[in-house]
Design a protein around this ligand. Structure first.
Ligand SMILES: *[C@@H]1O[C@H](CO)[C@@H](O)[C@H](O)[C@H]1NC(C)=O
Ligand SMILES: *[C@@H]1O[C@H](CO)[C@@H](O)[C@H](O)[C@H]1NC(C)=O
Ligand SMILES: *[C@@H]1O[C@H](CO)[C@@H](O)[C@H](O)[C@H]1NC(C)=O
Ligand SMILES: *[C@@H]1O[C@H](CO)[C@@H](O)[C@H](O)[C@H]1NC(C)=O
Length: 604
């Protein structure tokens, strides 16, 4: 064989191995262009990489096939390119909450691995392509809140895996394929479709049928959702294990190191820069301190106000790469109600994270530490905080893969931006400081009075431990009080806010719970709703607690009544057990009796 044929053979082998990747990369790049991503969005989506698997908002399986593209809530305009049809392995496509216009390309029907298609809340026009009927694995189809017109294609009726079809608030008309009414969850309202009073079916599944069959349906959905979350989580672990492995292989490739730093559009700061910004970490600039270290106010040289978190108590020295990997993971969680990471800094002895400065500080501050003359949080703002926080946590639990568990949800960690929009801070940090064990945390982290009983007793956290913390946060919002308050002892009340509220709720004295600072400017029905949700979220058994997406829906006025009824039945029988358990777990040691809520394993 001469040299030429060897070369030819090699080219053949290579082009045989790569075409799949090139197609994927081309398709994603075309998507970036067609969606009009702005110059500071998706900056690491460039075409000179071996695979698109390192791009932000993109995930691959072990064979470098793109399985997930998530570009939700990014303010994208533009349209969807037909070339997206090349992503044969894509399982999840999330483009919701943008301003995407144009048609849904019929090539979406070529994405035969798709299980979840979410295009909600855009400006899509034209008809629903009948090619979507080819998506035999599709389970979740969400096209709500667009301007889609025409009829619902008959082909959708033959989708065998569908469990959720939401087409509400479009301009659809005509008949609804009969079989779609047997999908466990559907919503066709807000169209000119043949359902409603004059027809045989109601337009949404939620009030379609009542009683036990409905409950089994909900059970089924919850079961499936939990199953999916578990699968996603395991998949995520595998994925990250593999990525870690791959990195080791790539270390010597020139430029690899820089790429990692550019990942997720975060900046690596020099120690000196942050030292100057915070006036050498002056005590005067301390904004607060919590379980993970002190937070300093700072001003960068370009005038940007930032909050600099100086982590204490982190494991490593070997953890630098692992630290960066976690930072990258946190930085891709981008949502209106989550505190965005701007950058980080590492030195041999220090780890720092840089966030935007939140003008209105935290909910805890606004509830309890106001300076004279500062206005109290009014009731509508408190409701908005409840919903915003729930949406932020929903995103962490249900839209991030692998999901992110916060582990320390409380009013002090819910920040408020200039418009008093709730912004969840400190997420992902629990893992960041326990990098050595990526799946099991060695220490219970959190704050007494906010910690779910099962986390305290077993050390195992899950998204349901966050739901518990969220429930306590709701009680803080309504009452303005601390989760643990020893001064309540003097009035022979319960030290734990949760017990205190439950008692008043039993005695039907809800109005006495409400924060006096509100001067009676609130709506008692709202208060009842929020207290009910809080009590559902703080049930002893984690499985009984709702997931965050259910909480969001309940806050929006859906599905609370039924769950509340169940709660009242079970609560009577479990109350005694619950109280005994709480006391055993939270007390037993008089030395914890001090002024404030107690940080566990904190880095004070
Ligand atoms: C999509 O599938 C159709 C056949 O249904 C095929 O003709 C077309 O080439 C495919 N498009 C892409 C982009 O793969
Ligand atoms: C749907 O809307 C498009 C414009 O967005 C229009 O061209 C088309 O005729 C409409 N189709 C139907 C069936 O109304
Ligand atoms: C159905 O959609 C309408 C309009 O978007 C919305 O108001 C309603 O809450 C939805 N119902 C269900 C059960 O999802
Ligand atoms: C709604 O659909 C019916 C027929 O299904 C049609 O007669 C009516 O004009 C439509 N209304 C609107 C507002 O498009």
């Amino acid at each position: 064989m001469n040299l030429v044929s060897v070369l030819l053979l090699l080219t053949c082998v290579c082009s045989f191995a790569l075409p799949q990747l090139d197609l994927q990369e081309d398709a994603l790049y075309a998507l970036k262009l067609s969606l009009n991503a702005s110059p500071n969005q998706l900056t690491n989506w460039n075409k000179n990489q071996v695979t698109p698997c390192t791009w932000s908002n993109v995930e691959c399986d072990l064979n470098n096939n793109v399985i997930r593209v998530s570009l939700a809530f990014m303010g994208l305009t533009g349209s969807m390119t037909p070339r997206i049809g090349a992503l044969k392995s894509l399982e999840t496509l999330s483009l919701q909450g943008n301003s995407i216009s144009g048609d849904i390309p019929k090539e979406v029907g070529n994405l035969t691995s798709l299980t979840r298609l979410d295009l909600e809340n855009n400006r899509l026009t034209g008809e629903i392509p009948s090619s979507l009927g080819n998506l035999k694995k599709l389970q979740f189809l969400t096209l709500s809140q667009n301007n889609l017109n025409g009829t619902i294609p008959e082909s959708l009726a033959s989708l065998p895996s569908l469990i959720n079809i939401l087409l509400d608030s479009n301009d659809l008309n005509g008949p609804i394929p009969e079989k779609l009414f047997s999908v466990p969850k559907y919503n066709f309202t807000g169209n000119n479709l043949s359902c409603g009073v004059d027809y045989h079916h109601v337009c949404t599944s939620d009030n379609a049928d009542q009683g036990s069959s409905h409950k089994t349906k909900i059970g089924l959905i919850v079961g499936i959702v939990i199953g999916l979350v578990v699968i996603l989580f395991l998949g995520g672990l595998l994925f990250f294990w593999y990525k870690g492995y791959k990195r080791d292989v790539y270390v010597d490739v020139a430029g690899e190191f820089d790429r990692r730093i550019a990942f997720g559009q975060i900046k690596r700061f020099a120690w000196k820069e942050l030292q100057i910004a915070t006036d050498n970490f002056s005590e005067r600039n301390i904004l607060g301190q919590g379980g993970f270290g002190k937070v300093y106010k700072g001003i960068l040289t370009d005038g940007t106000k930032v909050a600099v978190k100086r982590l204490t108590d982190y494991e490593s020295p070997a953890g630098d790469a692992a630290f960066q990997r976690e930072v990258e993971m946190i930085s891709v969680a981008v949502h209106k109600n989550l505190l965005r990471l701007i950058g980080f800094c590492t030195t041999p002895t220090e780890r720092l994270l840089v966030y935007p400065f939140m003008q209105n500080l935290s909910v805890a501050y606004r509830l309890r530490e106001l300076k004279p003359g500062e206005p109290v949080l009014d009731w509508p703002t408190r409701k908005r905080v409840a919903l915003g926080t729930a949406r932020g946590l929903e995103y962490l639990h249900e839209q991030c893969n692998p999901k992110i568990i916060h582990r320390d949800v409380k009013a002090a960690n819910i920040l408020l931006d200039g418009d008093f929009e709730a912004v969840v801070g400190d997420f992902g940090l629990a893992k960041l400081v326990d990098i050595r064990n990526t799946n099991v945390t060695t220490q219970v982290r959190g704050t007494m009075g906010h910690i779910a009983p099962e986390y305290l007793s077993t050390g195992k956290s899950s998204e349901r431990t966050d739901v518990f913390g969220y429930g306590i946060m709701l009680l803080e919002l309504v009452t303005g009080q601390r989760a643990i308050d020893f001064s309540r002892l003097e009035e022979e009340d319960d030290v734990l806010l949760l017990d205190h509220v439950k008692k008043l709720q039993r005695e039907k004295k809800l109005d006495t719970i409400v924060d006096g600072n509100l001067n009676k400017n609130y709506n008692l029905e709202d208060v009842e709703m929020i207290i009910q949700i809080a009590l559902l979220c703080t049930q002893t058994s984690p499985e009984d607690r709702p997931v965050m997406s259910e909480v969001v829906r309940m806050l929006e006025g859906e599905g609370l009544a039924e769950r509340w009824e169940e709660w009242q039945h079970t609560e009577v029988t479990t109350r005694q057990d619950f109280e005994r358990l709480q006391r055993r777990l939270n007390w037993g040691d008089d030395s914890v009796y001090n002024q404030d809520a107690i940080e566990l394993s904190g880095g004070r």
